[in-house]
Design a protein around this ligand. Structure first.
Ligand SMILES: C[S@@+](CC[C@H](N)C(=O)[O-])C[C@H]1O[C@@H](n2cnc3c(N)ncnc32)[C@H](O)[C@@H]1O
Length: 145
């Protein structure tokens, strides 16, 4: 008690207070973790993404999974990353460009997805809900998407 709460850098309301490089380093470390890789392999198998599908990555961070989704849907599909943190979005855009990926990124919010209802085939949202103030509302928004 009496201790200062650590600032969660991934919360939208804390974006201005946290160094983006630290967030990128944390995400890169998590990307390399065996447990995260196993979880993703399991999820991709269950999703069975097909060529030509429209994929949405909500809270896309550095964009590594948006890029993977873009590869899976191919040139006839679309993969869009939703990311409210401009620093993380810039890293995602740079990395996608360097990799020649078709992944796209936009500034938006899990609570107000910028797409018509029922307009995506695949929805990825990894380790985001715990950073939202209204996770239930975000889940309802995703169910509509
Ligand atoms: C722990 S990171 C996970 C990033 C990515 N999904 C991954 O697995 O590498 C949480 C992400 O959620 C984003 N985020 C936070 N609040 C959000 C909101 N209201 N809507 C969408 N994304 C949000 C953060 O900016 C951050 O990129």
């Amino acid at each position: 008690m009496g201790e200062t709460e650590p600032v969660s850098g991934f919360r939208k309301q804390n974006i201005a207070a946290v160094d983006v490089e630290r967030l990128v380093a944390a995400l890169d470390q998590q990307d390399a973790a065996a447990g995260v890789r196993r979880l993703r392999a399991w999820a991709y198998e269950a999703l069975a993404v097909r060529a030509g599908e429209r994929a949405l990555d909500v809270g896309s961070g550095t964009g590594c999974q948006t890029g993977r989704l873009a590869d899976a849907v191919g040139p006839d599909g679309d993969a869009l990353g939703i990311e409210p943190n401009p620093g993380l979005r810039a890293v995602a855009e740079e990395r996608a460009a360097a990799a020649g990926s078709r992944a796209r990124f936009t500034d938006s919010d899990a609570l107000a997805l910028p797409l018509p209802d029922a307009s995506v085939n695949v929805l990825w949202c990894e380790r985001v809900l715990q950073h939202l103030t209204e996770a239930d509302r975000a889940v309802a928004e995703k169910q509509a998407g």
